[in-house]
Design a protein around this ligand. Structure first.
Ligand code: NAP
Length: 234
């Protein structure tokens, strides 16, 4: 599909990669960009339509699908990482549940709500922002990794189920990106603007997947290595 003339909704559009998607969509000639955020007053970009949307709030998801009935490209970008370990019993499951609510059930609920909208508007596309950690578990981010692995499977299932109505699904895998989420992590990080550029190009090409950086490409290749990349010591 063409970005020019499209109507885009980006979740978590107030900062980080979400803000980069909103900027890139406007620059590529989108007819309208809904910049969805938990606090719409935090959307600083001119030229977008800010809307209030917490992706874990069923009523707000339903309202967004009703009110943004012209959407042709849904970008499920919102995500959280709480840094929970797997074996610390004192941590409970609250942090992991929050990650799954936002990173897995959020995009699922959004796509389910917007599927009829996309169908009515000719098919369009869904982008799901995943991670290199969909394929690899990182110490300190193991439950986040699990949520992104589940979201990868979700993305593949949605692609199957949306095919009949002509809606394409593009999964975006990226390692570390220069945003608030990775602020404390040292080393090279890809810029969110570059990830947004690659994503919109993939949507235009009808590609199922973006492997945004060298680390992500090497992780994916490592799935078939012996030993596989996810079994190596970290
Ligand atoms: N940064 C990385 O290294 C990296 C790597 C791989 C993948 N990713 C993924 O990239 C995506 C964007 O993350 P980022 O790096 O831009 O992180 P970020 O700077 O922390 O931004 C996260 C965004 O998600 C929003 N958000 C969180 N929970 C939400 C909810 N329940 N409903 C609606 N919006 C919510 C935040 O809104 P508030 O301002 O209201 O908190 C914020 O706009 C995420 O899916 C993340 O998992 C990031």
């Amino acid at each position: 599909m063409k970005i020019e003339g499209s109507v885009v909704l980006v979740t978590g559009a107030n900062r980080g990669l979400g803000a980069a998607y909103a900027r890139a969509a406007l620059a590529a000639g989108a007819r309208k960009v809904y910049a969805a955020a938990r606090d719409p007053a935090s959307v600083a970009l001119e030229g977008v339509v800010p809307i209030a949307l917490d992706v874990t709030d069923a009523a707000q998801v339903a309202a967004a699908a009703r009110e943004c009935a012209d959407v042709t490209l849904l970008i499920n970008n919102a995500g959280i990482s709480r840094g929970a370990g797997l074996l610390d019993a004192s941590a409970g499951f609250d942090e992991a549940r929050a990650e799954f609510e936002t990173n897995f059930f959020g995009p699922w609920a959004m796509t389910r709500a917007f599927a009829p909208v996309l169908k009515a508007n000719g098919g369009g596309a869904v982008v799901n922002v995943l991670s290199a950690l969909s394929w690899l578990s990182l110490p300190g981010a193991a439950s986040y990794s699990a949520s992104k692995a589940a979201a990868w499977s979700l993305s593949n299932g949605l692609r199957n189920e949306l095919r009949a109505q002509g809606t394409q699904v593009t999964s975006v895998h990226v390692a570390f990106m220069d945003t608030d989420m990775a602020r404390k992590i040292p080393g090279d990080k890809i810029s969110p603007d570059e990830v947004a550029r690659q994503t919109l190009a993939a949507v235009e090409a009808g590609a199922p997947e973006v492997l945004a950086d060298a680390t992500t490409r090497s992780v994916k290749q490592g799935l078939v290595a012996d030993p596989p990349v996810y079994a190596a010591a970290r």
